[in-house]
Design a protein around this ligand. Sequence first.
Ligand SMILES: CC(C)(COP(=O)(O)OP(=O)(O)OC[C@H]1O[C@@H](n2cnc3c(N)ncnc32)[C@H](O)[C@@H]1OP(=O)(O)O)[C@@H](O)C(=O)NCCC(=O)NCCS
Length: 167
Amino acid sequence: MNITIRRLEQGDLAALLEIYNHYVRETPVTFDIEPRTLEQRQAWLDGFASTGRYQCFVAVKEGRAVGWAGSHPYKDRAAYDTTVMSSVYLAPDATRQGLGRRLYDTLFDALAGEDIHRIFVGITLPNEASVRLHRAFGFEPVGIYKEVGRKFGRFWDVATYLRPFGG
Ligand SMILES: CC(C)(COP(=O)(O)OP(=O)(O)OC[C@H]1O[C@@H](n2cnc3c(N)ncnc32)[C@H](O)[C@@H]1OP(=O)(O)O)[C@@H](O)C(=O)NCCC(=O)NCCS
């Protein structure tokens, strides 16, 4: 199967919104409960650049974006700037093919040399694929926030991980 990884482009917006909203509607992976709009997703897309701490890469199959990995601000207070959050999402039919690894490889290569000291991720449990992927990339467990989110009528735990990065 011919799948390429490249930088996020404006034309990917609708396909990526559809993938994200699938996980909003069907899973606790994200704690958004209402599907996002194109306008909201545009603001998300506008937060990325081709240099600096916040970058995003897309997996493309037969011209269609089937997933992404990106880095985002962790918190808005300035001392936190050297910590970024990462996220990685694939369309359900694009999982288990090593694309998570390819996307993260590309993202973290691109971020090398940027002024980043830690990368944070929060994983709603259970999510074996995400835990394995992040452990494989050097994310170390920090702890579990017990029952911090309520979705589908129950509370969910979030495992937090940090990856040392750069200097
Ligand atoms: C999490 C996700 C990005 C992983 O990407 P992926 O391309 O499916 O995973 P890969 O094929 O690169 O495999 C990564 C590891 O997870 C394992 N894995 C993949 N899918 C799995 C599954 N459904 N159950 C258990 N393990 C799984 C692989 O065997 C591999 O393990 P290894 O490192 O021990 O060999 C992808 O499954 C996904 O998009 N899930 C839905 C959205 C999501 O949960 N995003 C993360 C939010 S924190």
